[in-house]
Design a protein around this ligand. Structure first.
Ligand SMILES: *Cc1c(COP(=O)(O)O)cnc(C)c1O
Length: 410
């Protein structure tokens, strides 16, 4: 076990991400309300998009979420243990599995998810050989995406003398992970013969947040392939898919980024509440003369006398070097990111270094900035997506890249 970081003492000036639990829950409820007939799940992979899988999942469970998606079985097992420790999601091995999922809406019956349903944990990234036992012991549902996955799952169940539900992922145009049509037909035969218990058939949208015809093409392809599995619940929508209209909701949606305050296409603008606020402390305020330089590589050449606040946050904390105000070729033509300090937005000055970032606070009233004050790097005053744009990346990467020494404060 790695030692806890940060240590309890001496962390006043450490970078910190404050997580608004109520906003996280509000975002989930907002997405759930967009299609009340479908269940609304949550992607909590990659440490709950960097914010903490257990805390995120417990908060979402409280809001009503019962379907959690992780990338790896190891993530799923840790989540199951966390939910069990929190007294959530128990109910006996596979208990509630059948009643937990409504029959596909196209087949009629659609009971609202009962709050005492067992929490289901889906493992997105297929089945490693040898992982079947972990799935069974932690009640994880594998999402079988290759013929190998199917073979490993069936052999493992046979060996354990057990039955357990699995999900299937089918390929509809992303060419990332999923069964091709012919393999899906083989799986459908297995399901029909009773050799495979399916609780979900799903696919993933490649361009849900973009204006393109790809989502409609994928939807049509998905409907075609899902028809091989009559009565099996369906899912295709990620966050962006939740904003594409009721045709995309099917029986279960799987939002991720929108829960955590990231935008997912024009339709989502203004509806998603910020959840994570990244702040760091000012370590020093100093004045440099016009003509001097600041930071590594002297990349920032000062054209005026400049007041500089040095802040304790750097790329080692996940604040990307590509968000620098100058001197990072990756984004030569883009301006750098901004932070929020003393009630004002201020630009990042020069290159972001490993543990520190310089802010140009010349335009903030003298004496308004003092060591120990905290600057916001994203949150309610600096949109996560604006920082991502400035760094030439996406909100997902900013959140999942938050460093280990950034304290998560709920
Ligand atoms: C990560 C992921 C999601 C969630 O995607 P967002 O864009 O964050 O909403 C849903 N489904 C699959 C298969 C994923 O990999």
């Amino acid at each position: 076990m790695a030692p806890a970081f940060p240590a309890p003492a001496a962390r006043d000036r450490l970078p910190r991400v404050e997580i608004d639990r109520a906003a996280l829950q509000a975002n989930w409820r907002m997405l759930a309300a967009r299609d009340p007939a479908a269940r609304t799940g949550a992607a909590v992979k990659a440490n709950g998009y960097g914010l903490g899988t257990a805390e995120v999942s417990v908060a979402l469970h409280e809001a009503g979420c019962r379907d959690f998606f992780v990338a790896w079985a190891a993530e799923g097992a840790a989540l199951r243990e966390a939910l069990d420790a929190a007294g959530l999601g128990t109910g006996g091995e596979q208990g509630g599995m059948a009643r937990g999922m409504p029959a596909t809406r196209h087949a009629g019956v659609l009971p609202a998810p009962a709050l005492d349903d067992q929490a289901r944990i889906f493992v997105l990234q297929g089945l490693e050989p040898g992982a079947v036992q972990l799935h069974l012991s932690h009640r994880l549902i594998p999402i079988l995406s290759t013929p190998d996955d199917l073979a490993v799952w069936r052999a493992g169940l046979q060996q354990a003398g057990r039955r357990a539900p699995a999900a299937l992922q089918v390929e509809t145009g992303m060419n990332r992970l999923g069964l091709d049509r012919a393999d899906a037909e083989a799986a459908a035969n297995l399901a029909r013969s009773g050799a495979l218990d399916l609780c979900l058939v799903m696919s993933h949208l490649a361009s849900g947040d973009e204006e393109s015809g790809q989502s409609a093409d994928q939807l049509a392809r998905f409907q075609e392939i899902a028809a091989l599995f009559p009565g099996v619940p369906r899912s295709i929508a990620n966050s962006a898919g939740c904003f594409l209209g009721p045709d995309y909701a099917f029986d279960l949606t799987r939002p991720g980024i929108a829960l955590y305050g990231g935008s997912c296409g024009p339709a989502s603008t203004g509806t998603v509440r910020p959840v994570a606020t990244l702040t760091a402390a000012v370590l020093q305020v100093r004045t440099a003369r016009a003509g001097e330089a600041a930071g590594y590589g002297a990349a920032a050449r000062l054209s005026r006398d400049t007041r500089i606040a040095t802040v304790g946050l750097g790329y080692a904390d996940g604040y990307p070097r590509a968000a620098s105000g100058a001197g990072v070729p990756l984004r030569a033509e883009r301006p750098g990111a901004e932070a929020f300090l003393a009630g004002q937005r201020v630009p990042v000055l020069g290159r972001i270094s490993m543990d520190m970032t310089l802010l140009d606070v010349t335009d903030v009233p003298q004496d308004a900035v003092r060591p120990g004050m905290r600057a916001e790097f994203f949150g309610p005053n600096v949109a996560l997506d604006d920082v991502a744009d400035a760094a030439g990346t996406i909100a997902y990467e900013l959140l999942t890249g938050l460093g280990r020494r950034v304290e998560r404060l709920w």
